[in-house]
Write a protein that binds this ligand. Structure first.
Ligand code: 9UX
Length: 68
């Protein structure tokens, strides 16, 4: 299991946090998600044999937000 923090741009309210959280939680291999509006970041714990950081970034972008 690996934990990484990804900088997320474009989140402006709790609904955005919810959207990003849902998007990340629906990725196969993701175990834990903590999205912070204050920090503009998503901390994700995932099984690195199933998913890579790049896939997490794509999921965030597909939800309509930008990654650094
Ligand atoms: Mo809040 Mo975010 O009403 O896309 S959900 S701004």
């Amino acid at each position: 299991m690996t934990t990484t923090t990804i900088a997320v741009k474009g989140m402006t309210c709790a609904g955005c946090v919810n959207s990003v959280s849902k998007a990340l939680n629906s990725v196969e291999g993701v175990q834990k998600v903590d999205v912070s509006l204050e920090k503009n970041a998503a901390t994700v714990t995932f099984d690195d044999s199933k998913v890579q950081v790049e896939n997490l970034k794509i999921a965030i972008e597909d939800a309509g937000y930008d990654v650094a």
